[in-house]
Design a protein around this ligand. Sequence first.
Ligand SMILES: NC(=O)c1ccc[n+]([C@@H]2O[C@H](COP(=O)([O-])OP(=O)(O)OC[C@H]3O[C@@H](n4cnc5c(N)ncnc54)[C@H](OP(=O)(O)O)[C@@H]3O)[C@@H](O)[C@H]2O)c1
Length: 305
Amino acid sequence: MKAVRLYEYGGPENLKYEDNVPEPALSDDSVLVETSATSVNPIDWKVRSGARQKDFPLKLPAILGRDVSGVVRAVGRNIRTFKPGDRVLALSWEAYAELVAVEGSMLTHLPDGLNLVDSAAIPLIALTGDQLVRQAARAQRGQTLLVTGAVGSVGRAAVHTAKKLGVNVIAGVRARQLSEARTLGVSDTVAIDDDSAIAGLAMVDGVADTVGGETAAKLFGRVKNGGNFGYASVFPDEMSKLNPTVTVTRVLARPDASKVREFADDVRDGKFLLPISRRMPLRNAGEAHALAQRGGLGKIVLVCR
Ligand SMILES: NC(=O)c1ccc[n+]([C@@H]2O[C@H](COP(=O)([O-])OP(=O)(O)OC[C@H]3O[C@@H](n4cnc5c(N)ncnc54)[C@H](OP(=O)(O)O)[C@@H]3O)[C@@H](O)[C@H]2O)c1
């Protein structure tokens, strides 16, 4: 099959598009999916570069990619809910390939009317945003939650879940993204690249952080005593000592097929908007990584067929 493989940690040029990659094996509990599209997530380029070798060690050559949308080619002996020809969507592994073997429990049917290619943008960011708000920031109805990187992909998903929960959302974004952030239907917006705006921010019950680093450190002080600081990226450990009453929790997205389906339904119904900035052929995965890594672009979908 055709696939993009990484032979060596390093730059985007290390991603090689190849013709004769062995097809994945189909186990009794898995489904073989003919990939329509996958998407580029920041974790893909962080893993490729070697920066995340500790958490995500690879056996090289490796196929990257977490999201898959496509059509079922074959099913394992224990699979009852899917059949060849079904349109499906999943959080998976080794998705930069024409064929992906996905555990049946991680797969969901694609709602009618949803575009097969663009839906590949949904799984990882939806699960991360949702779990960030519910399980890491532990947001409750009526509380105020600051979502950082709110016009980014995980940020949008976090805002969506928080609004569904009845939480008052403050969208934290770059100053130049403020007008875009207002289109999210949030209670308020704040420029988190502006120290005076951060200083003027009222104390919040929780933060759902997708930006990390220095920005996260600055925002930690805006959480009320007893509040929650959930993060998806990087949080400086020493910061939490400044207020031990605030619970700091990292989210690591776990598969949840029914949640992926819920987001897919919301995309189809126009309730959740996830802009796609580029649709590029899988063979251009290296170029897509270089673009994504530069930032400021948004979601890139890699089209496989
Ligand atoms: N833990 C997990 O399971 C998990 C899963 C998925 C993602 N993640 C992590 O979550 C983070 C977000 O992922 P994503 O897919 O949402 O990426 P994304 O679509 O690129 O969104 C990131 C957003 O944050 C903004 N941003 C970046 N640096 C900023 C700063 N210093 N101040 C203000 N805004 C800033 C970006 O703006 P610009 O585009 O203008 O830079 C963009 O709007 C990444 O670090 C990713 O690795 C973690």
